[in-house]
Design a protein around this ligand. Structure first.
Ligand SMILES: Nc1ncnc2c1ncn2[C@@H]1O[C@H](COP(=O)(O)OP(=O)(O)OP(=O)(O)O)[C@@H](O)[C@H]1O
Ligand SMILES: [Mg+2]
Length: 619
């Protein structure tokens, strides 16, 4: 073996520790709680006892034969009673073990479900929305299923096989160190074969696993977007392309596993040789009159069982190998370091009018891996403006100019690359996120309605205590005040079911649900990103008026709209230019004005957009 090979094996062992052991250890720490550990202890104890009891049987059988040969009635009668007892006791122990397994499975799944939820939701939105993010539904589901697969195969087979192997080997060592030694050598050789095969699988599986991840991502997206697939006439193309992708991945996958199972005959032959060696030794000793039948029977059965357990364990090992890449990717996703965290002694904001100040804020989105080494793109540069308490500010700018990015930074999806956002005089990074979120209501560009009733959706952002105070009358009056009118379309009033993703609602209705839900939270700052874009002109005007009515109090608002007609009633207007077109020294804020008339005079962008839209600004 060359030094290079030795290095590779050491490097492999280290990688295996980090990858396989590290991943399984992480799963154990994250998904197995104290209660489950107690259940596992019962499984181990009862499993151990049940294995010991069942392994006594071959010895008793041999003892019975010895008794018959020696014409000792008591011995063979005791052997019969002992055999019956091992079955009865074994059955009781197995029942206790099975109970422990079921309790462990349930407890682990509960914990797994909870931890995935906790960790998934704890990541800042910036991480979720990053290109190539591992925080995808398919990644989570795959990790979840593989964890369950691994725990089933360990609990239902692995533990038993492992215990049987250890006990048979220890018992062999006790009754015949020679047979024990033969089995030991076989185990060590088997272990080395496993190490080599695992090393191969681990290295080769990485790119194949990435391919499968990509396929899953695409499949999930296309299933979700079935409407676009069908209406674009792409059904057959999608099926064919996905099949071709799968085929490609399968070729790699098969190459790995076929090579892996090529190791199986070697292991079986070795096992056979070990059993034969024990057999030959035991029979030779018996023929020389140095070994009783009790021992011969025990050696033959136990050595056979030990080698059989290696086969079972190889199956468990294959299951683990198969699962580790997905578990690793689950671990990577859930362990992504969050950058948006509450600092120690973060400021708790009180429910009071807020003032927001953007001070020289710049932002650059990191490029994802595989973006061909293109430099990261700056979206905001030295952006400064304020939203005073009670002020309704319209943010205007061309598409891609960074308006939605402003709303994301304000909600701490991520922190700005440089500059500062101050709320109520505090740097937003030093404020408790929960206390800030309580004050803010956000209406996104795309409505996000959940399956359930209309009422569920409207009350979604309210705490349980807040919900108690919101009667149906209050909801209806809120809707009236907002100018939200569902007409006679609600079959069941507030109990109308909206369907998955709100599919039973029109685009405009879904937007209205989002608007009412946001307003019901009585926020101090409302962030509205083109919320009325899917309403017709009449409803848009009504809802806009309603929104301004809601915002008449001390609440502030940041409103983004493409259609200028919808924001003319705002108190302040901030016009953004895209960073790409800026020359050195240019400010990204093209104009700040307090009336459409003033804006029309000071902002060429606004003038151009207003003229294009045919909005008449009386000067
Ligand atoms: N998560 C992201 N990762 C990388 N780039 C992004 C990300 N989100 C937005 N961008 C880029 O930042 C730029 C500004 O996007 P943003 O959504 O803020 O624009 P916008 O002004 O809201 O546009 P629109 O009016 O079309 O909604 C765009 O060029 C967009 O491609
Ligand atoms: Mg936008």
């Amino acid at each position: 073996m060359t030094r290079q090979d030795q290095m590779t094996i050491w490097a492999y062992l280290r990688a295996m520790y980090e990858d396989t052991y590290g991943t399984l250890k992480w799963c154990w720490d994250e998904f197995v709680n104290e209660k489950a550990k107690r259940f596992i202890k019962t499984v181990l104890i009862f499993g151990l006892l049940s294995r010991v009891v069942s392994l006594i049987y071959p010895w008793l059988m041999g003892l019975g034969i010895d008794g018959v040969i020696a014409k000792d009635d008591r011995v063979w009668q005791m052997a019969i009673v002992g055999t019956a007892l091992t079955y009865v006791i074994g059955a009781l122990l197995e029942w206790r073990q099975g109970r422990g397994i079921e309790l462990t499975l349930g407890e682990n799944l509960r914990r797994l479900d909870r931890r995935i939820n906790e960790l998934f939701f704890s990541k800042e939105l910036g991480l979720h929305l990053q290109e190539g993010s591992l925080l995808t539904q398919s990644n989570m589901e795959k990790g979840y299923n593989r964890f369950h697969g691994v725990q089933c195969s360990i609990l239902f087979g692995g533990i038993d096989s492992f215990l049987t192997l250890v006990i048979t080997w220890v018992m062999l060592m006790v009754i015949s160190p020679v047979a024990g030694g033969v089995v030991f050598v076989f185990l060590v050789v088997n272990l080395f074969i496993s190490l080599f095969l695992n090393r191969f699988v681990m290295v080769a599986m990485e790119p194949v696993e990435a391919l499968f991840r990509k396929i899953n991502r695409r499949r999930n997206e296309r299933w979700e977007g079935v409407e676009r697939v069908v209406t674009s006439g792409c059904t057959s193309r999608e099926v064919e392309e996905m099949d071709a992708d799968f085929d490609h991945a399968l070729v790699g996958d098969r190459r790995i596993w076929l090579r892996y199972i090529r190791g199986a005959p070697i292991r079986s032959i070795l096992a056979g040789l070990a059993v034969t060696a024990c057999f030959a030794y035991a029979l030779y000793e018996a023929s020389m009159g140095r070994m009783s039948f009790a021992k011969v029977a025990a050696i033959l059965t136990w050595s056979g069982m030990a080698s059989q357990q290696m086969r079972f364990l190889a199956r468990v090992e294959r299951e683990i190998n198969w699962a580790v890449p997905s578990l690793k990717s689950l671990r990577e996703a859930l362990m992504l370091p969050t950058e948006v965290n509450d600092v120690p002694d973060a400021v708790e904001l009180q429910n009071a009018p807020v003032r927001v100040e953007f001070s020289a804020v710049s932002h650059t989105y990191e490029r994802a891996n595989g973006s061909d080494g293109k430099p990261p793109r700056q979206v905001l540069r030295d952006l400064s403006f304020t939203i005073e308490p009670g002020e309704t500010v319209a943010l205007i700018g061309p598409s891609g100019g960074g308006k939605s990015t402003v709303t994301k930074l304000l909600q701490r999806y991520t922190d700005p690359t440089s500059g500062e956002i101050r709320v109520c005089g505090h740097d937003l990074r030093l404020v408790k996120q929960d206390s800030w979120r309580r004050l803010v209501a956000y209406i996104p560009q795309k409505a996000q309605v959940f399956d359930g009733t209309l009422r569920d959706n409207l009350l979604y952002g309210l705490s349980n205590e807040q919900r108690v105070g919101v009667t149906d009358e209050k909801i209806w009056s809120f809707m009236k005040r907002l100018g939200v009118d569902f007409g006679g379309r609600l079959s069941d009033g507030l109990d109308t079911r909206v369907g998955r993703h709100g599919m039973k609602l029109s685009g405009g209705e879904a937007q209205r649900v989002m608007i009412v839900a946001a307003a019901l939270r009585s926020p101090q700052l409302m962030i509205i990103d083109e919320a009325t874009s899917s309403l017709d002109a009449e409803n848009q005007a009504a809802v806009q008026q309603g929104l301004h009515r809601v915002l008449e109090g001390e609440a502030s608002a940041l409103i983004i709209a493409h259609r200028l007609s919808t924001i003319l009633a705002c108190d302040k207007f901030v016009v953004l230019r895209p960073v790409d077109g800026l020359k050195d020294g240019d400010c990204q804020v093209e104009a700040v004005a307090y009336s459409p008339q003033e804006l029309y005079q000071t902002s060429p962008t606004f003038r151009r957009l207003a003229d294009l839209e045919g909005v008449k600004i009386a000067i």
